[in-house]
Design a protein around this ligand. Sequence first.
Ligand SMILES: O=C(O)CCC(=O)C(=O)O
Length: 263
Amino acid sequence: MKLSLSLEEFNERMAERGWAVFEAAVGPAMAQRMADDLEAAWEVCRSVQEKNGVATDADRTVHHLIGIRPSFLDYLDESEALDPYYEAYFGGRYILNSYGGAINTRGRTNYAQRVHRDIRSFSGDMPLLLNTLVMLDDFTPDNGATYMLSGSHKAAAKPADDDFYARAERAVGPAGSVLVFNSNVWHAGGDNTTDRTRRSVTPMYCRPFIKQQFDYPRALGYDAGPQLRPYTRQVVGYNARVPANLDEWYQPPERRMYRGDQG
Ligand SMILES: O=C(O)CCC(=O)C(=O)O
């Protein structure tokens, strides 16, 4: 991974604007693999959405990707390069909170195109959640590059939509760019008015003491943990699990399910 921002530049942008873009951080081959896997993941998610009658507002959105196709876990391996940046934001360790994605096409909208923030309780100066979005196609104003309201992580109130759209900037970048933002920032996906897809995946991270939206270690299997790289094992959440019986609870520190260094 090739990072276009120094740690100092990143910290400054996150403090002032609440968001930053690492341009073309993911190489073209990896971005293409993830884009192809996203199309396959869509079929998998869609069949469950339809089976359970929740497909209406979930148009071409996908969720909890890491077990679905290997490239999504491989991306976490690669994103170890971003660890110093994410650790600086959180002031310590963090884990995956959710891992979704979307295939935006002309004439279709999804829930991420409403003005929203992804943390339901405004956390002010306390960094609890971090959004990221990996651009798998070029993001342009025409194909719906994300609207970002700079500085809006500093106040709890939701802006009116007309005020939001009058002041919001667009997060543009070539395929492979990674948009990173404080989850208190108000944002919205744009409309895709082109004939080509605008694909993205959106890993979100949280402090380890916050509940993950999906039990990733259990979904991948507890036996899969030791085979992962230490960074990926940490991020997937193997060091921040909840014991479910006394045998799991009474363990020496190095074998505890919730490790002492998780905050
Ligand atoms: O698709 C986009 O541009 C925005 C995604 C988004 O709002 C989110 O991940 O919370």
